[in-house]
Design a protein around this ligand. Structure first.
Ligand code: URA
Length: 196
């Protein structure tokens, strides 16, 4: 069977869509091959692009705190993104995140499909609309599908929740705290599905 290391080496050479041209590197998933939970984000951000690892920047810090509050060890789960290259608009010295489009999500799906075949987790968590679109093969609303088990297009069990960057953008402290708790509850739900 093909290993994650082999798939990663192939993904590092991917030129199937134009995003590789401006990104520093392919940011492949991270975590053990035997992980029972896979978390899927959108695409690497500025810091992930430079580090070559998913969720190491501000969104990663929120995610780490939420995982710890949900009593899930980050080192035991596999974390990846729907799109493996950073898409951005240059603005002065800064690189501003730009959302991947449907074509980029579809072309990049080959990598997540291969990661999931190899890891074979019991539950796959989509964090945000881009991850859900990649896993379902079509746009699905978060609000309506949140808080319950669903089945992804490949037949795997999963849940959908918000993206941790969404939590960072909420200005009001009460709403932020409420949404953070709901995010932790979603992660707890994912862990509880494994026990069923
Ligand atoms: N946002 C994502 O969706 N993925 C990352 O790796 C970092 C930020």
């Amino acid at each position: 069977m093909i290993t994650l290391t082999q798939i990663r080496a192939e993904a590092e050479k991917c030129t199937d869509c134009p995003l590789y041209k401006h990104a520093t590197q392919t940011v492949f998933g991270d975590g053990p091959a035997g992980a029972q939970i896979v978390l899927v984000g959108e695409q690497p951000g500025d810091q992930e692009d430079l580090a070559g690892k998913p969720f190491v920047g501000p969104a990663g810090q929120v995610l780490d705190r939420a995982l710890s509050d949900a009593q899930i060890e980050r080192k035991k789960i596999y974390i990846t993104n729907a799109v493996k290259h950073f898409k951005f608009e240059p603005r002065g010295k800064r690189r501003i995140h730009s959302r991947p489009n449907a074509v980029e999500i579809r072309i990049c799906h080959q990598w997540i499909a291969r990661e999931l075949s190899t890891v074979a987790p019991g539950v796959v968590v989509a964090m945000g609309a881009t991850a859900a679109q990649s896993l379902m093969g079509k746009v699905i609303p978060i609000g309506k599908n949140r808080g319950r088990e669903l089945t992804w297009a490949d037949g795997r069990r999963g849940i959908i929740t918000v993206h941790p960057s969404y939590l960072l953008r909420i200005p009001d402290a009460d709403s932020k705290a409420r949404e953070y708790k709901a995010f932790v509850r979603d992660l707890e739900l994912a862990a509880s599905l494994l026990r069923k």
